[in-house]
Design a protein around this ligand. Structure first.
Ligand SMILES: Cc1cc2nc3c(=O)[nH]c(=O)nc-3n(C[C@H](O)[C@H](O)[C@H](O)COP(=O)(O)OP(=O)(O)OC[C@H]3O[C@@H](n4cnc5c(N)ncnc54)[C@H](O)[C@@H]3O)c2cc1C
Length: 459
């Protein structure tokens, strides 16, 4: 018996929701779409599950959309919720320049997914509330086993599991989004924040909001605080990079282009924005050794310029450091111990040979998130030879449209990995615009696979 195509998206965070939307838009025939996700809500994941209004998007409202062919859709959505029926264009424009709370973006994604599902009465959409534990080949299809009784048999499997089910970083410090009661925060006199990126800023601002009045010590190997967005947004400035596979030449060219732009009155941010569409291609043309060199030596500086903070958040951070409410310590954390009295960290400062101890009432691991390759699901795929890690163990080896590679250039037919799981192969793939483009590309590839209903499966 021939059955409808079944597609299984594993992970219902932002990438999973974007993949589901893209598939529902691209695959015209009747099909079944199952999303496996343990948490109650779809579309949020780590980034948009925050309930703290201080946790702002680091992209302007006008630059966000779950539809690649409808830029500005998040602005339009937010405008509909704020406008009092006057259709005031100035409000729409003003809104476009803001950095709204991430929680609101999660609600936008959830609503757009739900509308897209409603618009496809001939597609069966199911959510399995659970965790996928393994995925194996069964003939030409896949069997996805979960921690529920149901096993899903699917023609196409999309991995959108990114940072895993629980984002526990396990260095002994507290998780950045773990719940710490306001009493503990108001009573604490000191706090160590390991890492100096946007997650550190989230934790610091939330702690201040909850009443933490003590000193924060930001410990980071390179001591790079993230820079700010240009005021009101800038027009991306395209630049011609030298045709080179040398990381040193590339970084020098980018630095010179930024300095030249500034000299002529264009903010350096315009150069970084102009490079963004080509970053993935630039990354792929570097050798694995040059990529590794970038990750080791250049990444902290690059991330600080690429993943910029909204101006109001940046100002608060500068105030923290300027007023010495927060201190920046350039050091590597060697160990974290927790006791009744608080936390003791062993550090080695940059350039020092000795190890010193730092005591604090609280310590948070804010080093950010990396894809979880140790999960039973991803391990099962690697062990069966259906997938392989990228050369840097940051995620899985993939083609640009997310097809998972098992051999050097050999894809596993029907298996896709999207979003941050592709960072080691594609680099510039962790933020909303790139994820939306990639999910759209993958969905059009899946839709073009012909014939769609080729595999007969029995439950
Ligand atoms: C704190 C933070 C803030 C960010 N802010 C921005 C921003 O402002 N702008 C921007 O453009 N980008 C931002 N990003 C980047 C980007 O939007 C995220 O990387 C993106 O949301 C990744 O979504 P995801 O669904 O791939 O991953 P995740 O958010 O990790 O979601 C993965 C989902 O998969 C589920 N899952 C995992 N394993 C399994 C399994 N085995 N079975 C079933 N389900 C599973 C998890 O429960 C989770 O819901 C931010 C990222 C972070 C971490």
């Amino acid at each position: 018996m021939q059955q409808k195509l079944t597609l299984c998206v594993i992970g219902g965070g932002f990438t999973g929701a974007a993949a589901a939307i893209a598939c529902l838009r691209h695959i015209a025939q009747p099909f079944r779409l199952v999303v496996v996700e343990p948490s109650a809500s779809l579309g949020r994941g780590v980034a948009y599950g925050s309930r703290d209004p201080m946790h702002l998007l680091n992209v302007r409202t006008r630059d966000l959309s779950v539809f690649p062919d409808r830029p500005g859709d998040f602005s339009t959505w937010a405008f509909r919720h704020l406008d009092q029926g006057e259709n005031d264009e100035a409000l729409l424009e003003g809104l476009g320049h803001t950095f709204l709370p991430r929680q609101l973006f999660g609600e936008y994604v959830r609503q757009r997914l739900s509308e897209t599902v409603d618009g496809r009465p001939n597609a069966a959409f199911d959510v399995l509330t659970g965790t996928a534990l393994s995925c194996s080949r069964e003939g030409r299809a896949f069997a996805v086993r979960t921690d529920r009784t149901e096993t899903i048999r699917a023609d196409v499997v999309v991995l959108a599991t990114a940072y895993g089910v629980s984002a526990d970083t396990g260095v002994g410090a507290l998780s950045p989004f773990g719940v710490v009661s306001p009493d503990v925060l108001t009573g604490a006199r000191s706090m160590v924040l390991i890492g100096s990126g946007p997650t550190m800023v989230d934790v610091l601002l939330s702690a201040r909001r909850e009443g933490f009045a003590g000193t924060a010590m930001i410990v980071s190997r390179r001591g790079q605080l993230h820079r700010e967005h240009a005021a009101k947004g800038v027009v991306p400035k395209e630049m011609a990079l030298p045709q080179t596979k040398s990381l040193a030449r590339l970084t020098a060219s980018i630095r010179i282009a930024c300095e030249a732009a500034e000299a002529y009155g264009t903010p350096w941010q315009a150069v970084i924005n102009g490079l963004r569409p080509s970053l993935s291609a630039i990354w792929r043309q570097l050798s694995a050794a040059e990529q590794a060199r970038f990750i080791r030596h250049v990444r902290p500086f690059w991330d600080a310029h690429r993943h910029r903070l909204p101006p109001e958040v940046y100002r608060q951070l500068q105030f923290e450091v300027g007023e010495e409410r927060s201190r920046l310590i350039r050091a590597r954390v060697l160990d974290v111990e927790r006791s009744e009295a608080g936390f003791t960290l062993k550090l080695r400062r940059r350039g020092a040979s000795s190890v010193e101890e730092l005591n604090a009432d609280l310590a948070f691991d804010c080093r950010g998130y990396t894809p979880d390759l140790r999960s039973p699901l991803i391990r099962s795929l690697i062990e069966q030879g259906l997938a392989r890690p990228d050369p840097h163990n940051l995620g899985l080896a993939v083609a640009p449209d997310g097809q998972v590679l098992r051999g050097r250039d050999t894809p596993t037919p029907g298996l896709y990995a999207l979003g941050p799981l592709c960072q080691g192969t594609l680099w510039e793939i962790t933020a909303v615009p790139e994820i939306v483009r990639q999910t759209d590309l993958a969905a059009s590839r899946i839709a073009s696979q012909s014939p769609l209903s080729v595999v007969a499966m029995s439950a």
